[in-house]
Design a protein around this ligand. Structure first.
Ligand SMILES: [Zn+2]
Ligand SMILES: [Zn+2]
Length: 336
């Protein structure tokens, strides 16, 4: 279930903070996610101390991302000068990963600093996407799409990266259409209600796209290795109806992931289950492991703890299933 109302988001943040107490080694992804829920709930001031706590930790995994998120958070409730100082600091020590860049550029965009935002996206693209790359990992793809959006708002001509962004975008509504500020006025409709509905549709499309890009919320499916699955079913035969065979389990996962991707779900991933960690999770939820309803919750919690491997892998990278074969020759073949 996805949280909807501000109260749902607060409840979810509190649940994540409890999970962080239980798994201190996964504190960083859990606190970042809790902070994002507090921000979505309209309570950014309550999220700020979580960023400070992570930055004060011994060795944060991704300090640049935490700083970028803190800048976005501070600017959101009026601390513009402090936010700008943090952004300048992060840009001066260029982040190696796309997410931090994206948060910086989108923060500038959200506050109508479009030229600055475009410059940030461009520096990031120069750092992370090699010229002539045809296959680009998802985080860098969303950088290129964000850059495309800001350049459309600035009415700039397409360059090579914009054309690459267009080619990489496979959703039914093209980027040019999605990012066209003039589209609203070119619909030719004289019915104000129809026009209003179209504006709402575009806003929500753009809105969910942006939230998905700047917030690391993976949607993950649960993978069992053959040995773990045998052990799981031996201990809890009630779960056999979920998993007829290991081979079918793998085929199902690839099919679900493709379905989610086709429906426009970004940030997809795979998490690996183990019997001991599943049993510990069931105990913490005060439920029996044989309860199949627990499986998706277990997957969601593993993803929130930062254990998701992004999907799809590059075509030449090892398949997510653990076969060691390239994805394109394993579950990434078109037919299955
Ligand atoms: Zn385009
Ligand atoms: Zn495979």
């Amino acid at each position: 279930m996805r949280p909807d109302t501000p109260a749902d988001h607060i409840t979810e943040a509190e649940r994540l903070l409890r999970t962080a107490a239980q798994y201190p080694e996964d504190r960083e992804p859990l606190l970042l996610r809790a902070a994002a829920h507090l921000e979505v709930a309209g309570d950014p001031a309550r999220a700020t101390p979580l960023y400070d706590e992570l930055l004060a930790a011994d060795a944060p995994e991704n300090p640049q991302l935490i700083r970028a998120l803190k800048a976005a958070n501070l600017w959101e409730y009026g601390h513009e000068a402090e936010a700008r100082a943090i952004i300048a600091g992060v840009r001066a020590t260029p982040p190696a990963d796309a997410a931090a860049w994206e948060v910086l550029a989108e923060t500038l965009e959200a506050h109508d600093e479009l030229e600055e935002s475009e410059a940030t996206f461009t520096t990031a693209a120069e750092a992370l996407v090699a010229a002539g790359d045809e296959e680009v990992p998802y985080p860098a793809q969303s950088l290129l799409a964000g850059r495309h959006r800001v350049r459309r708002l600035l009415a700039l001509e397409h360059d090579g990266w914009d054309r690459l962004a267009d080619r990489l975008h496979t959703a039914p509504v093209s980027l040019d259409e999605l990012h066209d500020p003039k589209r609203l006025w070119a619909l030719g409709s004289s019915d104000p209600a129809e026009l209003q509905a179209e504006i709402e549709r575009l806003r929500s499309e753009l809105g969910s796209f942006r939230v998905a890009l700047s917030r690391p919320f993976p949607v993950a499916v649960l993978l069992w290795s053959e040995a773990e699955l045998d052990e799981l079913l031996a201990a809890y035969p009630e779960l056999e109806s979920e998993y007829p065979t290991h081979r079918a389990h793998l085929t199902d996962l690839e099919a679900s992931l493709r379905e989610l991707a086709a429906a426009g779900t970004p940030n997809l991933g795979v998490v690996r289950g183990t019997v001991p960690s599943y049993e510990a999770f069931a105990a913490s939820e005060a439920t029996a492991p044989s309860n199949a309803a627990l499986l998706p919750q277990y997957a969601t919690t593993l993803a929130a703890r930062g254990h998701a491997t992004p999907w799809p892998p590059l075509r030449t990278a090892p398949c997510w299933c653990g076969s060691q074969r390239p994805y394109a020759d394993c579950h990434g073949t078109q037919r299955f």
